[in-house]
Design a protein around this ligand. Structure first.
Ligand code: ADP
Ligand code: MG
Length: 512
């Protein structure tokens, strides 16, 4: 036999596409080339495979071997094609029975001694394979637990090439090789999230956090340093319910692609909390990169919270680039090497000091900033972010009275109300693509079944008449009004709900 065939998966974003791997031996000078749009790492596969194969006792014959990865137009990135290429080549060489490997998907990198090394993105790759009808995958042993999260697929972990070859030889003879059992790993025990009970005072901010958690709204907090903004933001994920199964798979897939999956591949069930530093680069936050395209912090925060502390300190181009994902729930990264879409439906929490020196609160007597510097500071985030935020709240310095007062409600109590409000939304939005008030498009809120009577929206209509509100702002107030009503027990928002939503949206801009 001179032709060998097997299968693998190429990833674009967190979507996988099936790849057919073919190898053919021909007469001619010894050569080993890979065609079908391999990237730099994939092009070097032949060198690793030659060494790994000879160190595993199944050397690649010194003849002309051509490998094709099809569809040829699809970019193939990374070292994960080592294993499928090796299997196709060894099948073509007759070292493996070709029939038994054709329908199997292989993923894995080879070390020179034949060890199979873990690769990134195994979960999304196996998910794609299962969707394409594949029933059997071979993955590096270190990625087996992650692959086993996908139902209806048999997962064979491999530690080294020799072990895999041996298995196929036994299978080819009609024997039954010993199958190691893959057990899915339990989620690592996480430290409990920080509790709202620790926050002194800040009743308004606590309420805003509850509303944000209930409807999935974006929040902007402005206040002096040391008032508890960071503390409050860190307590938002604790108010959110556990991820549903399909959400958990998406979040785990992103972490798999990033190579940050904790606990050797357990399903991530808690909403992520991602807080990038303000000095972080565009690719680190939005996604991209010069060589391999990777998801950024906004995708890592998918179905969770993205916290941008000291918001105005972030680079202008990063803040500008946030606009599209904040609205669309996904990000499109275009590079010379291709266009990739990543999911990025995060809940944005941004915090800012009132001015560059941070002392411009209260009477502002100690503030050393010029009026222009103050305006420029918050002005930087005004356009790209503030109009897209549903809740703007001033966080004031803690007062002595608050310090002496009763401790606030614990996270668990607030989370119960959040869950009840979310259940009402799920009921109302059943059969639509949306789950939370913050996901519903404006047109649905203004026209469809969710349209409110004119009496309820009269204040809002007046604000738009006077040019105080953009249409985007109008829609955001409506979404917030629905959440306020859901927290108050359900039904249709009243004029009071809309009025409160309007205040919650706008008052930090005044305070600033
Ligand atoms: N409202 C508050 N309740 C309890 N502790 C607070 C509060 N505000 C500030 N602190 C204390 O001050 C520290 C700094 O607060 P932080 O949240 O970082 O403030 P900010 O982000 O507004 O600058 C916290 O770690 C906490 O110990
Ligand atoms: Mg802070």
């Amino acid at each position: 036999m001179t032709l060998g065939r097997t299968r693998s998966v190429a990833l674009s974003g967190i979507e996988g596409a099936m790849v057919e791997v073919e190898a053919d031996f021909a007469q001619g000078l010894p050569q080993f080339a890979v065609s079908g749009l391999p990237d730099a790492a994939c092009k070097q596969s032949p060198d690793r495979i030659r060494a790994a194969a000879s160190n595993s006792g199944v050397p690649v014959p010194h003849r002309r071997v051509t490998v094709n990865l099809s569809p040829a137009s699809l970019p193939k990135a990374g070292s994960g094609f080592d294993l499928p290429i090796a299997v196709a080549v060894l099948a073509a060489a007759g070292a493996l029975p070709g029939g038994v490997v054709e329908e199997v998907v292989h993923l894995g990198e080879l070390a020179l001694d034949g060890t199979v090394r873990p690769v990134r993105g195994v979960l999304p790759a196996v998910l794609a394979a299962a969707r394409a009808g594949v029933r059997e995958v071979v993955v590096p042993a270190a990625n087996a637990a992650e692959a086993a999260l996908v139902p209806d697929v048999r997962v064979h972990p491999v530690r080294c090439l020799a072990e895999l070859v041996q298995r196929y030889v036994v299978l080819g003879r009609g024997g039954r090789p010993e199958e190691p059992e893959v057990v899915s790993v339990a989620e690592p025990a996480l430290a409990p999230p920080p509790d709202l009970r620790d926050v002194v005072g800040q009743d308004e901010a606590r309420l805003a956090l509850e509303i944000a958690a209930a409807g999935g709204h974006h929040v902007f907090m402005v206040g002096p340093p040391g008032a508890g903004k960071t503390m409050l933001a860190e307590r938002l994920p604790g108010l959110l319910p556990e991820l549903e199964h399909d959400q958990a798979l998406e979040v785990t897939a992103i972490q798999s692609v990033l190579g940050v999956l904790p606990g050797e591949g357990a399903l991530v069930r808690r909403p992520p909390f991602v807080a990038p530093h303000h000095g972080a680069s565009m690719p680190a936050i939005i996604g991209g990169g010069s060589g391999v395209i990777r998801p950024g912090a906004i995708s890592q925060a998918h179905h969770g919270v993205l916290f941008l502390d000291e918001g105005p300190e972030f680079r202008t181009n990063v803040l500008q680039a946030l606009r599209q994902p904040v609205e669309a729930g996904r990000v499109v990264v275009a590079r010379a090497s291709g266009v990739v879409t990543y999911p990025a439906r995060f809940q944005l929490v941004m915090a800012a000091n009132p001015c560059p020196c941070g002392l411009g609160f209260g009477k502002g007597a100690d503030c050393s900033c010029t009026p222009m510097a103050r305006r420029a500071y918050l002005g930087k985030i005004a356009g790209p972010v503030l109009d897209r935020v549903d809740l703007q709240l001033p966080v004031r310095a803690v007062t002595r009275a608050a310090l002496a007062g009763e401790p606030g409600e614990p996270t668990a109590a607030v989370a119960l109300r959040v869950a009840a409000a979310r259940a009402l939304q799920a009921q109302r939005l059943a059969g639509t693509p949306w789950r939370l008030n913050s996901h519903v498009p404006g047109s649905e809120l203004r026209r469809g079944a969710l349209r409110l009577p004119a009496a309820a929206t009269s204040d809002l209509d007046r604000a738009i008449d006077r040019g105080l509100l953009t249409l985007r702002g109008y829609d955001r107030v409506l979404r917030l009004a629905w959440t306020l009503r859901d927290l108050a027990g359900g039904g249709s928002p009243t004029r009071q709900d809309v009025g409160l939503a309007l205040t919650l949206r706008a008052h930090a801009a005044v305070a600033a």
